[in-house]
Design a binder for this molecule. Structure first.
Ligand SMILES: [Fe+2]
Length: 357
């Protein structure tokens, strides 16, 4: 099928000359004004436009501006036609985005050669763009596959650790869900919007399962002790936060996504910090504690109270948990996050299938 060339020129003699020179190889659409050419372009998409500069009403540069501001038309290659062969005009043509420039009166061989080269070049460009699109799609698919593998390795590892610590086996999934719920609610209320974005929440949820990874270094005798820990045992237990950060640095420290690594490290190291500075391991206070860890702290404590552990029965009813946690408002927990969490009682009941009696 022949390529279509739209020739725009107010001089009818030039239109028929172009038809004579190009007509045997291309299908020519002729237009005798800028306005008429734009009308034609509403319904057609030629492979090339030969555009006269000096036309009454709307000159070639004005037509070009319209083309470049239209997402559908801006990639059509344009060759300007002019009798004014000054360097200034030529520079302006290229600045406007023209592919080439042909002077009038036309020299048939020059016009033919410029037209065929421009169309050829544009076809290569299309092929290249298609190839780039295909490659980008392939890269995206393989990176999604890698992400899925990474996610399942992370969750698998977290589950492995959890299987040692006397919890019911749901802590990883539960805390991840609560973190997502809290972060989403904070975002929907327009809180912490400098940090909280949908992308941040996705990363936060991927980071959450690794918060206790350092427990792998805590002896079973402490991790699975059915009663209260002695002060010495508790000191050992506290080390799981710093162990977590070391392990994270070892296993994912060299992946390219620095933001994700930082998020995982923050959650792991600081999720036992307290708003009033009496937490561990560093005693950070208030908003010096990373937001990710302040959210994790609320999710972690809620799940610890709600679920049964080897050293304690579950706390019931859920309202009792909320009451216990509300006592930590502004001391243990970030008051803003805790207030939002308190408001989320109906949602929590829904996900936990708790019926109101
Ligand atoms: Fe922990």
């Amino acid at each position: 099928m022949k390529n279509v060339i739209l020739v725009v020129d107010d001089d009818k003699a030039n239109l028929s000359l172009a038809q004579r020179i190009l007509g045997s190889q291309y299908r020519i659409a002729a237009s005798n004004s800028g306005k008429a050419s734009l009308k034609y372009l509403e319904r057609h998409r030629p492979d090339l436009i030969l555009l006269d500069i000096n036309m009454p009403e709307m000159n070639g540069f004005e037509v070009m501006e319209k083309l470049r501001s239209d997402s559908h038309l801006k990639t059509i290659p344009v060759i300007f036609l002019t009798a004014d062969a000054t360097a200034e005009t030529e520079i302006k043509c290229f600045r406007m985005g023209a592919m080439d420039f042909v002077t009038k009166p036309f020299v048939p061989d020059i016009l033919l050669s410029r037209v065929s080269k421009t169309i050829e070049l544009d076809q290569y460009r299309h092929k290249l763009e298609d190839m780039v699109d295909i490659q980008a799609q392939k890269i995206m698919e393989s990176s999604m596959r890698l992400n899925r593998i990474q996610d399942s390795v992370v969750v698998g590892m977290a589950n492995l650790i959890e299987s040692r610590d006397g919890s019911t086996g749901k802590h990883v999934k539960n805390t991840q869900n609560y973190v997502r719920m809290i972060a989403t609610e904070l975002l929907s209320r327009g809180l912490f919007t400098e940090e909280l974005t949908p992308a941040y929440i996705e990363e936060l949820c991927k980071a959450a399962p690794l918060h206790d990874v350092g427990k792998i270094k805590i002896p079973d005798a402490i991790l699975q002790k059915p009663g209260r820990l002695t002060p010495e045992e508790f000191e050992t237990m506290k080390l799981h936060t710093t162990h977590s950060r070391q392990i994270i640095q070892t296993i994912i420290g060299d992946i390219e996504d620095e933001h994700y690594v930082r998020l995982v490290e923050d959650i792991a190291l600081y999720h036992h910090e307290r708003w009033d500075g009496r937490g561990y391991p560093t005693g950070l206070t208030e908003s010096d504690i990373p937001l990710s860890a302040r959210i994790m702290a609320v999710a972690d404590v809620f799940d610890a109270l709600y679920e049964e552990r080897c050293y304690k029965p579950p706390v019931r009813p859920i309202e009792r948990i909320m009451q216990i946690m509300s006592e930590g408002r502004g001391t243990q927990f970030d008051p803003v996050i805790l207030d939002v969490f308190m408001d989320m009682l109906p949602q929590l009941k829904e996900v936990l299938h708790i019926m109101d009696t």
